[in-house]
Design a protein around this ligand. Structure first.
Ligand SMILES: Cc1cc2nc3c(=O)[nH]c(=O)nc-3n(C[C@H](O)[C@H](O)[C@H](O)COP(=O)(O)OP(=O)(O)OC[C@H]3O[C@@H](n4cnc5c(N)ncnc54)[C@H](O)[C@@H]3O)c2cc1C
Length: 348
């Protein structure tokens, strides 16, 4: 794919339906993408996938099972590559509340990073066998998902750190546009930098400790990657709050007039005069709009649930941490010779 510059979207997340029920127990089987029929030369897919990034720019949509499954869920254990224009697939581009700015003009329009999200509706999509990588094989689904989330959870550390670096810059610009310097905010700016470096470093560490698979693919260390995901679901939000704190109310949503208002021959000049502080009105308005975009607009999504929920990542950390080895080593250092067994009954 890389050699041929073919772009992909990863369709993993199913609509799911009732979260307390397995896919096979759902009232509507389409809540999860499934194999409706196996033919000699192809399979037929039905169901819904939700919140899928980058479909509009992808040559291929790679469908994967949304969870690790047991044998009761075989119909949902499907991995396949389909083209975007395949018959029977409806792609619904979704709209975020922050997209309202789309309709505005001038420097109110979003700056960058416009990711497209889609809902995918599969209605009897035929996939030829040479595009099917997995069908019915429940036992591989857990490993497949872990490989995906390890790669994603490592990479997102640098992604949010990059956004965070821009937030630092945007907050500094706001402080200056407000007539202040970095000095009164230095501690807060340092905290923003620490937050960014934690997710960057943890993601990088996971990659550096990654292992090459037989296929040639490198997969990051699962424990470090998933520990990183838990931080990605937390620290960028703190960074955003600090950016708003430094910037003042003007940078929070809807606190100053739009570009169109500022163009008004009747009152535009007065708005600019009112906005003037440590810098001219337009400079301050542009700086504020960027903070707003980064902290309550398009810069937000992806931190909490992108690549899986933080609770899912915590489960991986719980499963992969060597609790008993640590307890044994601490007993050795403390000179404790008894076994000091856990009093909670072991789970059967
Ligand atoms: C910006 C963004 C981009 C995304 N891009 C993609 C993409 O490109 N491709 C893709 O496949 N997906 C993508 N996703 C989807 C993402 O993977 C899912 O949102 C994520 O896995 C969580 O699933 P969910 O939204 O269905 O939440 P839910 O599963 O409904 O989770 C909500 C909460 O309930 C908890 N929960 C869920 N089930 C249970 C249970 N049975 N018992 C107890 N607690 C439970 C979860 O831990 C979580 O805290 C994207 C999401 C976002 C936000």
């Amino acid at each position: 794919m890389e050699d041929n510059a073919i772009t992909m979207a990863g369709a993993i997340t199913d609509a799911k339906g009732n979260r307390s029920l397995r896919p096979s127990q759902q009232a509507n089987k389409d809540s999860n993408l499934h194999v409706k029929e196996i033919r000699p030369d192809s399979i037929v897919l039905r169901g819904y996938k939700c919140q899928i990034c980058g479909v509009a720019a992808a040559h291929e949509i790679i469908c994967l099972p949304g969870s690790g499954y047991g044998d009761t869920e075989k119909d949902f254990c499907v991995a396949a590559a389909i083209t975007r224009d395949i018959e029977g697939l409806t792609i619904v581009e979704t709209r975020r509340p922050s997209d309202a700015r789309d309709e505005e003009e001038g420097w109110d329009v979003r700056k960058a990073g416009n990711i497209t999200q889609t809902f995918l509706i599969f209605e009897d999509v035929f996939v030829p066998n040479d595009r099917v990588f997995m069908c019915d094989e429940a036992k591989y689904t857990g490993r497949l998902l872990m490989t995906f989330t390890s790669i994603y959870s490592a990479a997102i550390g640098a992604c949010v750190a990059g956004q965070g670096d821009i937030m630092i810059g945007a907050a500094i610009n706001m402080a200056r546009a407000n007539g202040l310097s970095m000095k009164p905010f230095q501690d807060k700016l340092v905290q923003m930098a620490i937050n960014n470096e934690i997710t960057f470093g943890l993601g990088l560490g996971a990659m550096m400790r990654g292992k090459k698979q037989a296929s040639g693919l490198f997969v990051p260390d699962a424990l470090l990657a998933h520990a990183n995901k838990t931080q990605v679901a937390k620290l960028p939000y703190e960074t955003k709050v600090i950016a708003q704190d430094i910037s003042g109310g003007i940078a929070e949503t809807g606190c100053f007039p739009s570009y169109q208002d500022i163009q008004s021959p009747a009152y535009g000049k007065q708005i600019l005069a009112a906005l003037t502080a440590g810098a001219d009105g337009e400079t301050r308005a542009r700086a504020a709009r960027l903070v707003e975009w980064l902290t309550v607009g398009g810069g937000i999504p992806g931190c909490m649930h992108g690549g899986g929920s933080p609770d899912g990542a915590r489960l991986v950390v719980k499963a992969m941490t060597k609790w008993e080895d640590y307890a044994a080593e601490a007993r050795r250092i403390a000179g404790i010779t008894s076994e000091l067994a856990d009093s909670a009954p072991a789970k059967k």
